[in-house]
Ligand binder design. Structure first.
Ligand code: GLA
Length: 415
């Protein structure tokens, strides 16, 4: 009898607890790819610029390489109306957001927008606090596909509750919208955001500098590429298909040297990071285009196993990174963060490792002969040997990488 009463009580309680909405699934089975206004244009955005970017993304081949989200960051806002509904800025976006979303869709692209959990965005525009369901509905009506939600002006707010609320609101609004959390890692979103959104920022904002020294003039406001890699590296166990660590948008094409741009892009791919471009795609150099359109490298980022790469060791100042890939292959990158070129004698047998933390996969160099495919020259460079010994001597330029895809023999380790 007691048992029956208990069971009935449980049933009654369960019925009373509102069902938690599920986040929209399968919007980011691999890390999202696209472009955002912020890094290059900041406050200076308008419809004409974004139409130009949409056209350039299509014409340059970026769309076909996978960059499908065009994200409008802060400063698109007009005012809320008497009923609390938000509107786009009437002069910056004269045809309205719906028109812009239709335009992006007509070109095979998707449109993203930006809000904030607090009273105001970081640039002082209206935030979503108290208007979450209304805003989600507005975005859905406009045809928005991606929402970045920032964390400025949120005193006394609980981040878990705040982001869950927007996730629920997006679900209720009925249009699949990817949710990108931008809480800068303050409350460790990797611990709680997996079922709330599709990616979470792990650090403060990136700046267009490779190391801390180069960023000195910025007075610590923004982080360098190397500082971000260091912080993001410790979080690899939390990332996976549908929920990614986000080390911030790319600065490729924004003033780094070509070597640095290549290293930055390679490392974002090694870390299975969202690839959100941040330069003016309407006017980019051939070198920038070549870097961001490297399909072999993009395939490392987009690999369906969805494992963030691992920093295995540092030798002679060089960082050695491995990323297990679907089907038994590995991506292998040597990053040179130092000020000088470094020459290194490579013996694959030094790198027999098992990724205990995430994938359980072993490189197994003493039993597996991989084909070595150079991800930047796009050439095969022989095979790894099963025996110890120096196999090749490599020079890694300062602030650059050497990066290979190690292709497992057919039938080996496949899964
Ligand atoms: C914060 C975010 C940036 C950008 C700006 C906009 O700093 O971290 O990525 O969205 O706000 O104001």
């Amino acid at each position: 009898m007691k048992k029956l009463i208990l069971t009935l009580a449980t049933v009654a309680l369960t019925a009373l607890t509102p069902a938690r909405a599920q986040k929209w699934e399968h919007l980011a089975d691999t890390p999202q790819m696209g472009w955002s206004t912020w890094n290059k244009f900041a406050h200076h955005i308008d419809e004409q610029k974004i139409v130009g970017v949409i056209d350039a993304i299509v014409e340059s081949g970026l769309r076909d390489a996978g960059y499908i989200y065009v994200n409008i960051d802060d400063c698109w806002h007009g005012k809320r109306d008497a009923d609390g509904f938000i509107h786009e800025h009437p002069e910056k976006f004269p045809h309205g957001m719906k028109w812009l979303a239709d335009y992006a869709h007509s070109k095979g692209l998707k449109l993203g927008i930006y809000t904030d959990c607090g009273t105001q965005t970081c640039a002082g525009e209206p935030g979503s606090l108290g208007h979450e369901y209304q805003d989600a509905l507005t975005y859905a009506r406009w045809g928005i596909d991606y929402l970045k939600e920032d964390w400025c002006n949120t005193p006394n707010q609980n981040p878990i509750g705040a982001y869950q609320l927007m996730s629920d609101a997006l679900r209720a609004a009925g249009r699949p919208i990817l949710l990108s959390l931008c809480e800068w890692g303050t409350a460790k979103p990797w611990r709680w955001a997996r079922d709330i959104g599709h990616s979470w920022r792990t650090t403060g904002d990136i700046g267009p500098f490779f190391n801390k020294d180069q960023g000195k003039a910025d007075q610590g406001r923004r982080l360098s590429v190397l500082e971000i890699i260091q912080r993001n590296d410790t979080l690899r166990a939390y990332a996976g298909p549908g929920h990614w660590n986000d080390p911030d948008m790319l600065e490729v094409g924004n003033g780094l040297t070509e070597n640095e741009d290549r290293a930055h892009f390679t490392m974002w791919c090694m870390m299975a990071a969202p690839l959100i471009l941040g330069h003016d795609v309407r006017d980019m150099s051939e070198a920038t285009r070549r870097i961001i359109m490297n399909r072999d490298m993009i395939a490392i980022d987009q690999d369906s196993l969805g494992v963030q790469g691992l920093h295995y060791c540092t030798e002679q100042g060089l960082d050695f990174w491995f990323k297990p890939l679907k089907g038994g292959d590995w991506a292998f990158t040597i990053l040179n963060p130092t000020q000088e070129a470094v020459t290194y004698a490579l013996n694959w047998q030094d790198f027999n490792l098992t990724d205990e933390e995430v994938s359980g996969r072993s490189t197994d160099f003493n039993h597996t002969r991989y084909t070595v495919y150079n991800l930047w020259s796009h050439k095969r460079e022989g095979r790894t040997s099963l025996k110890a010994g120096i196999e090749r001597t490599l020079t890694v330029p300062s602030h650059d990488v050497v990066s290979y895809r190690l292709i497992a023999p057919a039938g080996k380790n496949k899964h």
